[in-house]
Design a protein around this ligand. Structure first.
Ligand SMILES: C[S@@+](CC[C@H](N)C(=O)[O-])C[C@H]1O[C@@H](n2cnc3c(N)ncnc32)[C@H](O)[C@@H]1O
Length: 189
């Protein structure tokens, strides 16, 4: 589906996030058959953006997450823009996943890292399942964005700086910033 059509169908919140994330997805120039994991499905915005770019993506969140952030209407959203066949949902906990070693070319984590309890274990798992030269794209909300989120979810946790959890891991990092997200593009070296 044409991207502008998809933005209109999915509404202004999706559209705003799409405009921030999509240029990054383009810049990464992942191969069209890249194996991609989206950690923390939520409303499915990250998975939908990837699928609108014709990537296949596996997405998931813990089966036992009953917070307001999980089990959102991602499938309904994906169906609205006809890309649901590109998205495979598999429940998992990022702290210990059943995926094979060096299986993925890229892992994306949009607004989800700060929701994971044991981030050190999660990063160990990301390194394990990522191929050499693979990418971890992390989008953490800026303080301004957190303020906005707390208007509807007052107990929402603070964002985190992923570099706190990646010391001594074989990763290089590039940082970009905008009004919504601090963006960390890690590469496995
Ligand atoms: C705010 S939502 C993320 C929004 C989503 N990425 C999107 O694109 O719309 C936070 C997500 O983190 C997930 N999450 C929390 N702890 C997790 C864990 N240990 N492993 C995987 N996902 C987790 C929640 O279940 C929820 O899906």
């Amino acid at each position: 589906m044409d991207i502008n059509n998809a933005k209109e169908i999915l509404g202004p919140e999706f559209s705003l996030i799409f405009d921030v994330i999509n240029p990054i997805v383009h810049d990464l120039k992942l191969s069209k058959d890249a194996k991609i994991l989206d950690v923390g499905t939520g409303k499915g915005r990250m998975a939908i953006i990837l699928a609108l770019n014709n990537y296949k993506v596996i997405t998931g969140e813990p089966d036992n997450d009953n917070t307001e952030y999980a089990k959102q209407n991602w499938l309904e959203n994906a169906k609205k823009v006809y890309i649901d066949s590109l998205i495979e949902y598999k429940p998992f906990n990022a702290e210990k996943m059943s995926f094979n070693d060096e299986m993925f070319d890229a892992i994306f984590i949009l607004g989800a890292l700060h929701h994971i309890n044991d981030k050190i274990s999660a990063f160990k798992e990301f390194i394990r399942i990522l191929k050499s030269k693979g990418i971890i794209g992390i989008f953490e909300p800026t303080p301004k964005a957190i303020k906005r989120i707390r208007k509807r979810s007052p107990t929402h946790p603070d964002a985190v700086d992923p570099r706190e959890y990646t010391k001594n891991l074989p990763l290089s990092v590039e940082i970009r910033e905008n009004f919504l997200y601090n963006i960390f593009i890690f590469k496995k070296i």
